[in-house]
Design a protein around this ligand. Structure first.
Ligand SMILES: *Cc1c(COP(=O)(O)O)cnc(C)c1O
Length: 456
């Protein structure tokens, strides 16, 4: 047989047997190209091992968008966000989004806002932190013996540890205490000194979905400054809450209505309802963002101000955000977020009624429900529940709380658009069955009679 006819035979087999050959390069490039269809099918099949996005209650990140959003985003896949000169319309759309958010978060002058899109909240937090650090440096001068620090709760998201390590700022992580599972004004104040570049307030905590008391922290810092102490700005990490509070808690003072708030970030790909990755960073005004951080690049003949860690980035997510703003409007966002909060409340009520659990958060801030086992539960724990739910396809993570509540292990359900009341009821049924099975395995001698009425 000639090499040629052998290749033809291979082609025939590939056409007949769906992904039947191990064609995926695992450690080095394959020798020959594959037909596009074969490559597509093999990788698609491989990806089927990923869990179901809808049953993934671990993530805050958007997992479904409407077909029109997908179409629009696919059309912008090839646009580089940074080529503002080449894609002036995409650049303008980014500016419209910045204005919309500046307005939602009550910036002083939302028609002339200071802000940008990013790849996610992590980048936005880095930019917010850098602005704080540079403002502090400008204030204290070049005394290099002074080491900057940042005050934040031990519940802060990992991106803040990264910021502190990458940009050489001492993280002052305020430990949790008792039922206080996030930062409060009193504890924050104990960690602030004249080298504090800022306090990060989180709306809300990834650990339990609770809002940190931004207004109280601001007023405590106001008093500190008024009494001759250091004048410390706040950055609000509103990765999730930036798209919840404006719609569901309009009276909550957490944003630029508080003069002490210098900057805010949010993740467009969380409750902004866009696929990853898009985030936003907005500053109170021009003064809050030191000019030396903004680069003016002469690029393809235009003057392009940029403040970003990355250079090239796809334009599709920003367009996806603008689609959502256009599609939903204020009332649409309010409706979607309220429905999600309602599902969270319903879950909290039903799980709270199970004697085996104690509720820690009921989804009335971020639509996040966290709970732990009751004191009298023995022989199984939240980690076993997490594994049990996995068998039914649900991804509900179990983890221990940060310093000083490492003793507290919890389960967390993040409610997102798409978790219907129907699915939520199934989840409670599966949870009930899981704990009954665990209790039975842990105490085989006990007579258990429940709704299902099984006996030994
Ligand atoms: C998710 C999250 C982040 C990181 O956001 P990404 O968009 O995933 O980079 C930062 N802070 C908080 C509070 C978060 O919830």
């Amino acid at each position: 047989m000639t090499a040629d006819s052998e290749a033809n035979l291979d082609q025939l087999r590939d056409d007949l047997v769906m992904g039947g050959w191990d064609v995926l390069p695992r450690e080095k490039l394959g020798e020959h190209p594959l037909p596009a269809g074969a490559a597509y099918e093999a990788i698609r099949a491989d990806l089927e091992l990923d869990g179901s996005a809808r049953l993934n209650l671990a993530t805050f990140v958007t997992t479904s968008m409407e077909p029109q959003a997908k179409a629009l985003m696919a059309q912008c896949m090839d646009k580089n966000m940074v080529d503002k000169d080449e894609y002036p319309q995409t650049a303008d759309i980014e500016q419209r989004c910045v204005k919309i958010l500046a307005d939602l978060w009550h910036a002083e002058d939302p028609t002339d806002p200071t802000g940008c899109s990013t790849i996610g909240s992590s980048e936005a937090c880095m930019l917010g932190g850098l602005a704080l650090k540079h403002r502090w440096r400008a204030k204290v001068g070049d005394d290099l013996t002074r080491r900057p620090n940042l005050v934040l709760g031990a519940n802060a998201q990992i991106c803040w540890d990264k910021f502190c390590r990458y940009f050489e700022v001492e993280p002052r992580l305020v430990p949790l205490q008792g039922d206080r599972l996030h930062l409060d004004a009193e504890s924050a104040l104990q960690y602030v000194d004249e080298n504090t570049i800022g306090v990060v307030a989180i709306l809300g905590s990834t650990m339990d979905g609770s809002y940190e008391p931004v207004a109280e922290i601001a007023s405590a810092l106001d008093k500190l400054a008024a009494g001759g102490g250091p004048d410390v700005p706040i950055h609000v990490d509103a990765a999730s809450g930036g798209f919840i509070a404006p719609f569901l808690d309009p009276d909550l003072q957490w944003d630029f209505r508080l003069p002490r708030v210098a900057s805010i970030n949010a993740s467009g790909h969380k409750y902004g309802l866009v696929y990853p990755g898009v985030g936003w960073a907005i500053w109170r005004d021009r003064d809050a963002l030191p000019e030396e951080l903004v680069f003016h690049v002469n690029y393809l003949g235009g003057d392009m101000p940029t403040f970003a860690l990355n250079f090239s980035r796809p334009g599709m997510e920003v367009v996806g955000q603008y689609f959502m703003f256009t599609r939903l409007g204020f009332e649409g966002y309010r409706t979607v977020q309220q429905a999600t909060r309602d599902v969270a409340g319903r879950l909290a009520e039903q799980i709270g009624a199970l004697p085996q659990f104690r509720m820690l958060s009921r989804g009335n801030e971020l639509p996040v429900v966290t709970f732990t086992t009751s004191d009298d539960v023995q022989g199984w724990d939240v980690f076993a529940v997490s594994r049990g739910l996995r068998e039914r396809g649900w991804q509900v993570p179990a983890y221990t709380m940060p310093k000083d509540r490492e003793d507290l292990a919890v389960l967390r359900i993040v409610c997102r658009n798409g978790l219907t009341t129907d699915l939520a009821d199934w989840l409670v049924r599966d949870l009930t069955n899981t704990v009954n099975t665990l209790a039975k395995d842990a105490h085989p001698d006990h007579q258990i009679s429940g709704p299902e009425g099984f006996h030994h």
